[in-house]
Design a protein around this ligand. Structure first.
Ligand code: COA
Length: 143
């Protein structure tokens, strides 16, 4: 059975493994990520939670919240969502997204958003199938 729970310090190793699957072409700075992960644990505006099956972390989601003039409201943002490669297509991503929605509602958010790279076509279908609407584009400057 798969369950969703908040992440702990000890989860960093498997979470890092999942982030490597999320960004396979990027060189990840494990130390910097670990510092940020530990620093954000327990923070109200950044929640990390994971899917666990038979004691193994098989999915991860990072959700942040911020106040926005658009609305005006509190906005929830899915920063990262990833499921262990061999476990995809089994409903785990859907469970994590449902939990993100619940946490956002509990935090008083009136919207939940995320961005997704153009090449992630399967993820786009996953979001659209769950009722998220495509409403914009993401522009970026690398600084
Ligand atoms: C997108 C992702 C989080 C969905 O999680 P999941 O556990 O595979 O999703 P679920 O099992 O709840 O739902 C399956 C749906 O996800 C979609 N999907 C996306 N990538 C998939 C994959 N590699 N394998 C199977 N389904 C995938 C399909 O549309 C599928 O729809 P279906 O049920 O009609 O077949 C997961 O596939 C993943 O980690 N992908 C790689 C990382 C990524 O793209 N993350 C999103 C960044 S914006």
């Amino acid at each position: 059975m798969t369950t969703i729970r908040y992440c702990t310090r000890e989860d960093f190793g498997p979470v890092f493994g999942l982030l490597r699957q999320l960004w396979p072409d990027m060189e990840l700075d494990r130390g910097a990520l670990e510092n940020m992960y530990h620093g954000n644990l327990g923070c109200d505006s950044q929640r990390y939670f994971c899917a666990v099956n038979a004691g193994e972390v098989v999915g991860f989601c990072a959700l942040s919240t911020r106040r926005s003039l658009f609305g005006p409201s509190t906005l929830a943002y899915v920063d990262e969502l990833v499921v262990e490669e061999s476990r995809r297509g089994q409903g785990i991503g859907g469970m994590l997204l449902d939990r993100a929605r619940e946490i956002a509602l509990e935090a008083g958010c009136s919207r939940l958003e995320l961005d997704s790279a153009i090449h992630r076509e399967r993820a786009h279908r996953f979001y659209e199938k769950r009722g998220l609407k495509l409403t914009g584009m993401l522009f970026r400057w690398e600084l």
